[in-house]
Structure formats: structure tokens, C-alpha cells
Design a protein around this ligand. Structure first.
Ligand code: ADP
Length: 353
């Protein structure tokens, strides 16, 4: 077969494919000259197909991204950067936009591409889901609180109950507490998604807070024969700016996870250190660890690994999502290292004020 004809045919197929993609595509050469803008891109942006200009496209998104500068970066480097932006509002619709490099057969960088997708429908479904969660958890909060109050009143008469009834009462009380925590997590997620978290960072002594959180779990660690230690690596580690109540939520989540997912006889080691321009907390355990295949999903809402569900059934899978959102709000980072069946270390870094 004549190779030129075959190449020619391949080109036509490629062009037809790009033209009919369900997302908008713009291809530019190394000089940032537009080579092609497909049908969907024209439809989404209402820009003319003939003489499709990058400057006009950039203007549409200038509040969220400097497209020209991003393309300059992409076209001037051999490493493969990808820029992705979600939830870009434009004329009552929502878009996701990504820019990436384009290479030829011999891996030469020949240009860049912009991919634009209308995600309005996904966004609407997501908003409806969040509203449902928000309403359901608000409605559940009051009856659960009342149940707790009444159970605590009843608790004063515990000594009058037979042994089995005392056990039943204690189980009911524990279930009520778990439901209250679960609803609190759901409410926190709703607030985060609606952008309504009341976060008021102020200089906070992390060592004092960590010590008081350890006190809260000591009875549980003693029951499971788990040793828990806290050692600040330096004296006088400076205060950092965090919202104290939210930092407490973050640390309670990391420490209670370490307790939940460490078997009897294990060890939890918490450290605090000042490194360069930030303060770092680490929570290390000798527990069940996180399976390699799950590592990417650990900070997603509702995600729980199978090995974790096996040792602790009732939990929301929301704690780490909430924690990461708070920490990133303070300009910090939350990440982990883990080996399955050996243990996990979570790290939190907060920049110095
Ligand atoms: P939950 O506490 O409800 O399990 P999180 O969001 O706090 O939810 O954690 C999500 C998942 O991350 C857990 O279900 C578990 O699979 C994994 N995980 C978190 N911390 C640990 C840990 N210390 N050891 C092992 N797995 C962990």
C-alpha cells in the first residue's frame, strides 16, 4: 500500500476524530499559533471558527487562569506539565479546562492543546447531593442530641438496673455517640462544599493541643495495650496560625485513626518539629497500613480501605477529607507514608506565621 496515501488517510481520520470530540479542543504550534479549534470549542465559547484567536479565548477565563502564560510554560519545557482547572464558571455554566503538551512520533514537542469540557450537569448533580446531605444531617442533629441528653439522664439510674440492662444501655449510648460524630462529619463536609466553614486562624501552641488529645484516647490505648508517646523534637517550637477547633479535629482524626487501625500491643509515636519555615507533626503507628492500590483514594470522601473496614466497621470515611481541606486552608500540607501490615505515618506541616 502507498504509505503517503495511508498517512493521508490517517490524518483525515484524526482530524475527523478531533472535530467530533464531545469536548472543546484547541491545538497550537510551538509559536502559540492556533492550528485547529474543533466544533465543540466553537460551540462552547461562541468564538468564530475562522480566525479562532487565543487572546479571545484567554479573555473568557482571565479571572481564573492566565492561559497565555500557562501555554508558554508548557511550550518551553521538555517535562510534561499538565494544568487542570475545575469548576470554572462562565455564563451560568461550569467548565473544566486542561492544557497539555503535544508530541510527534519521535517524541519531539510540537505544540500544546487546550481541552474544555462542560461539567454543568455533573456540578448540578453534585450540588443536589450536597444539599440532600446537608438537610438530612441538620434534621438528624436535633433528635440525636435529644436522645443523648435523655440517655445521660437515664445513666444516673444505671446502678438500679440489672447487669444485662446496664450492658444494653451502654451499647445504646455508644451507638448514639457514633451517630452524633457521623452527623457532625457530614455537616462539616456540607459546610466545606458550600464554602461556609468558619475558620479563624490564630497563633496556637500545637504541643499543648496534642497533649490534651492524647489524654482523650489514653483509656482506649490502655484497653488495647497500645503504647502512645509524644516527643517534641525541639524546645520552644513556635506557635503557628491555625483555627484551634479545626486543628483539634485534624489531630483527633489522625490520632483516633492510629488507635483504630493498630492492633493490640502496637505502638503510636507522635512528634512535633520545627523544620526550616514550617512546623511538622507526625503520627506514626505500627498498624494495618494502607494497601498500595488504595493510596491514591485515601483523601476522597467516603473512601475506606477493605482492610480498615474489616477491623473497624462503623466509620464515615470523611475524616481525612475534612482534615486535608482545613490544613490546606492554613497553607499547610497533609500526606502519609504507609506499608501494608507494617504501619502508617501521617504528616501535617503548617507554615510559620
Ligand atoms: P475513617 O476514620 O472513617 O475510616 P478517614 O477519612 O479518617 O475515615 O480515613 C479514611 C481511610 O483511610 C480509612 O478508612 C482507612 O482505610 C485509611 N486510614 C486512615 N488512617 C489510617 C491508619 N492510621 N492506618 C491504616 N489506614 C488508615
Amino acid at each position: 500500500m502507498d504509505p503517503t496515501t495511508r498517512n493521508g488517510q490517517n490524518m483525515l481520520i484524526m482530524e475527523a476524530l478531533i472535530e467530533n470530540l464531545p469536548g472543546g479542543v484547541v491545538l497550537v504550534d510551538r509559536e502559540k499559533k492556533v492550528i485547529l479549534a474543533n466544533k465543540k470549542m466553537v460551540q462552547l465559547t461562541h468564538l468564530p471558527k475562522e480566525g479562532f484567536y487565543l487572546t479571545e479565548l484567554s479573555k473568557l477565563f482571565e479571572e481564573r487562569i492566565d492561559l497565555g502564560a500557562e501555554l508558554d510554560k508548557i511550550l518551553s519545557t521538555s517535562v510534561s506539565p499538565v494544568v487542570v482547572l475545575h469548576d470554572i464558571p462562565l455564563k451560568k455554566l461550569f467548565y473544566s479546562l486542561s492544557c497539555f503538551q503535544v508530541f510527534d512520533d519521535t517524541k519531539n514537542l510540537i505544540g500544546g492543546a487546550i481541552f474544555l469540557q462542560d461539567i454543568t450537569q455533573e456540578k448540578e448533580i453534585d450540588t443536589e447531593k450536597s444539599e440532600f446531605i446537608s438537610i438530612a444531617s441538620h434534621q438528624l442533629r436535633t433528635p440525636l442530641g435529644s436522645m443523648r441528653w435523655n440517655l445521660e439522664m437515664l445513666g444516673e439510674y444505671m446502678h438500679l438496673l440489672p447487669e444485662q440492662a446496664q450492658k444494653n444501655f451502654y451499647e445504646a449510648y455508644k451507638s448514639n455517640r457514633r451517630a452524633i460524630w457521623m452527623v457532625a462529619d457530614l455537616l462539616n463536609v456540607s459546610r466545606i462544599e458550600e464554602g461556609k466553614t468558619e475558620d479563624e486562624p490564630q497563633p496556637t501552641d500545637l504541643a499543648v493541643m496534642i497533649r490534651s488529645i492524647i489524654q482523650e484516647v489514653v483509656s482506649e490505648t490502655e484497653m488495647k495495650s497500645i503504647s502512645i508517646t509524644f516527643t517534641p523534637k525541639k524546645e520552644n517550637i513556635p506557635k503557628v496560625k491555625v483555627d484551634p477547633a479545626h486543628f483539634r479535629d485534624v489531630m483527633e482524626n489522625l490520632v483516633s485513626n492510629a488507635v483504630k487501625y493498630t492492633k493490640a500491643g502496637g505502638k503510636i509515636t507522635i512528634t512535633l518539629d520545627q523544620l526550616d519555615t514550617y512546623v511538622q507533626v507526625s503520627v506514626q503507628d505500627t498498624g494495618i497500613g494502607i494497601p498500595e492500590k488504595d493510596k491514591m483514594k485515601i483523601f476522597s470522601k467516603f473512601f475506606r480501605s477493605k482492610n480498615a473496614v474489616r477491623v473497624y466497621t462503623e466509620s464515615s470515611g470523611l475524616g481525612l477529607f475534612i482534615a486535608k481541606t482545613y490544613v490546606e486552608k492554613w497553607g499547610g500540607k497533609l500526606w502519609f507514608e504507609s506499608i501494608e501490615k507494617q504501619g502508617t505515618t501521617f504528616y501535617v506541616t503548617i507554615p510559620l506565621a
